[in-house]
Design a protein around this ligand. Structure first.
Ligand code: KIV
Ligand code: ZN
Length: 517
């Protein structure tokens, strides 16, 4: 594919996606996701913001050391210390990119940076020059470009391209633009900036008005050749442009687009499920491409049409985005070897034989209750921190609930706290409410429950329920997950998982777009 025909896919699930409250990921989770993105042929993986904390630095470094086929990118404000930290984290990458940015809209320059436009321009140029000392692949973003003045944008972009920026990314940081307007902005920039042919133009759209994908597509129709996006549209506030929607729109409407990505779209579903289970952000059933109903044809008229000719109502094939990939992989009679092999295929690593044995017994227990074990079941089983060898503060030991018509539901719970068992009983409006109250009676977290959601992992009433719980305390927001064929137990596990995260003091972590480190 020639360069003009290639649409570069820049995935920022691990950076902007992770900025979503409660969506923080561990280093191992980030590496697992990066491998899945690499398998899908994502061109560039933005692995994080290395200056944010020691943990962020280590995660970017680990991704850079693992991924071979995709370029690994680190974010840096236009500050020397950010850029050298990113350069350090990316040192061992096969192919690396530094993405440096500074705000260019009047409101951001005046209120956030308290800087004059000329000083912003100089800082941007210096940042790009410094970044080039670490890699020849440098991206520059004028933050809040969607609300910036066109003349200033042209001036700063021309200067950073002269300084060595190879990609110019135009962010609609606050999701304010409309598709026509944003497409015109890209067209104008490319036409007006004299050296625009020396860089790839990219876009980065937020979804505050539900237009992130539409704006990205309009930009591509007007000359952008890189789109920044996230799996499931994860991201701050209403999220970023969804990778699967952008990629499938361009692939499906090749009659209108003169470029295409090189993505293996059959990997989309497994990436979507992985992100959802790691972050605890469920995918809404009517979400395009990856929602449970995206290819379900309920109405009789539609089914009749589909049976005669699938094109009557289907513009894409479910199998092209990986919907039919799910097979029964294991069952009651599967042995330890088959179990271990499948975990390896799913990039799930176990640290020791002891961990493998423990995981295998949990698998056997699940297979006794649920005869067909799918990949999603395995992922949920392995993500279940209640059983993992790590020294979690709280562990669920047992739960008994009583729920009867006409009676107030009641729960008895035994939780291990720092190795010591405690029990508590509580009434509630339902069995889950009673269980949470009983657990809280032991934990004394004073955390506030912000979200509770249950999803079935596979189909059928024997499916495991996957529960997400979001807690907030002071300024901290965390998500917890739990899975079990019994959804009350799954709920208790999710609540305890969230408690374990909220009670651990956070290392100081800088947000790239708020204030200074
Ligand atoms: O939304 C935004 O402006 C960003 C920049 C850091 C590119 O995420
Ligand atoms: Zn963003």
């Amino acid at each position: 594919m020639s360069n003009e025909k290639k649409l570069i896919i820049f995935d920022t699930t691990l950076r902007d996606g992770e900025q979503s409250p409660g969506a923080s990921m561990t280093k191992d989770e980030k590496v697992q996701i990066a491998k899945a993105l690499e398998r899908m042929n994502v061109d560039i993986i933005e692995a994080g913001f290395p200056i944010a904390s020691e943990g962020d630095f280590e995660a970017v470094k680990a991704v850079a050391e693992t991924v071979k086929d995709s370029t690994v990118c680190g974010l840096a404000r236009a500050l020397a210390r950010d850029i050298s930290r990113a350069g350090e984290a990316l040192k061992k990458a096969n192919s690396s990119r530094i993405h440096t940015f500074i705000a260019t809209s009047p409101i951001h320059m005046e209120m956030k940076l308290r800087m004059q436009p000329d000083d912003v321009l100089k800082q941007a140029v210096d940042a790009v020059k410094l970044s080039r000392q670490f890699t020849d692949n440098v991206e520059f973003s004028p933050e809040d470009a969607g609300r910036s003045e066109l003349d200033f944008l042209c001036r700063i972009i021309e200067a950073v391209i002269d300084a060595g920026a190879t990609t110019i990314n135009i962010p609609d940081t606050v999701g304010y633009n409309l598709p026509n307007q944003f497409g015109n902005l890209i067209k104008n920039l490319i036409e007006r900036i004299p050296n625009s042919d020396k860089a790839v133009f990219s876009v980065h759209c937020h979804n505050d008005l539900g237009l992130a994908v539409a704006n990205s597509l309009s930009a591509v129709l007007n000359g952008a050749r890189q789109v920044e996006c996230t799996i499931n549209g994860l991201g701050e506030r209403a999220g970023n442009a969804s990778l699967e929607e952008v990629v499938m729109a361009v692939r499906t409407r090749q009659d209108l687009f003169d470029c295409d990505s090189r993505l293996d779209t059959t990997q989309i579903m497994s990436c979507s499920k992985l992100i959802s289970s790691v972050t605890g952000f469920p995918v809404q059933p009517n979400k395009a491409i990856v929602g449970a109903n995206a290819f379900a044809h309920e109405s009789g008229i539609h089914q009749d049409g589909i049976l005669k000719s699938r094109e009557t109502y289907e513009i894409m094939r479910a199998e092209d985005v990986g919907w039919n990939e799910t097979q029964i992989v294991l069952g009651k009679h599967s042995g330890r070897n088959a179990f271990k092999t499948r975990l390896n295929e799913l990039d799930i690593e176990l640290d020791s034989e002891e961990d493998l044995n423990a995981a295998f017994s949990r698998f056997k227990a699940l297979a006794d209750k649920k005869h067909e074990i799918f990949d999603e079941d395995l992922r949920a089983l392995m993500a279940d921190s209640n059983w993992s060898a790590t020294n979690e503060q709280f562990k669920l030991i047992s739960l008994q609930v009583c729920s009867e018509t006409g009676e107030t539901p009641h729960a008895n719970v035994v939780v291990q706290v720092d190795g010591k068992e405690s029990s508590a009983s509580e009434y509630g409006s339902g069995p889950v409410d009673a269980a949470f109250k009983a657990i809280e009676k032991i934990a004394h977290s004073n955390a506030e429950l912000k979200l509770y959601s249950v999803n079935n992992i596979t189909s059928g009433t024997d499916s495991q329920g996957e529960v997400s719980v979001r807690l907030s305390k002071d300024d901290k927001v965390v998500n917890g997950q739990g899975a079990d064929t019994d959804i009350v137990i799954a709920s208790a596990k999710a609540y305890i998982n969230a408690l374990n995260r909220i009670m651990v003091p956070d290392a100081d972590r800088a947000h790239p777009q708020m204030g200074d480190v």
